[in-house]
Design a protein around this ligand. Sequence first.
Ligand code: FE2
Length: 235
Amino acid sequence: MIDIHCHILYGVDDGASDMSVSTAMIDRMADMGVTDIITTPHFRHHMFAYPQDLIMEAFNSLSEYASSKGITLYPGCEYHVSHDIFENLGNGRVHSLADTSYVLTEYSYSDSLDRIINYTQELVMRGWKPVIAHAERYEVFHRKPHLAEDVLDAGAMIQVNANSVLGLDGRAVKKASRKFLDLELVDFIASDAHDLGERASRLDECCAFIRKKYGEKTAHLLFEENARRILQDTP
Ligand SMILES: [Fe+2]
């Protein structure tokens, strides 16, 4: 499996609190058969805007440990979208996903469909491939999950959290994630792991569920094949 959304780097957002938590999170991922992780610390104004050198210090210090466990780490970022995303991606203040043309974009849960679509279109126009982080959390899709099709039409891809599918993030979120799966709107399932507790990675459990309900081919696509396209920067 490949995880494209994970807060495994310590001390750079609300994810792993220190190095021992990061290494324990890596151990857990290795045990469940994860081979590649894109590390995606938050970038969000007035909340998370850590300097690149601090992020890369944590990244570099964990890369060797991860590789001893058979896991390759890649730099990345979960960008809480605002007007400066274009500039910050362009000048390298933040990493895209594995430094490719794919970008992990997050919105506020009450954001309008128009806002999501407008930013998606603008990113696509500038040559980026936006991935909507945990799309099942946005309220606009809770009552009308099929509206996610409009976001796909605008050129985005949809990432869903494993824990949402498993029902650990509330009923509305679970329902939306299941509806997206039924409608075949999902491109990636990722852990969005923050810790070893409530927000731990449960990719293995979710993959078993997907395999059982939607078949081996779908599980392979959502947990590995599509994510491999990000790492290779192919469409
Ligand atoms: Fe996240």
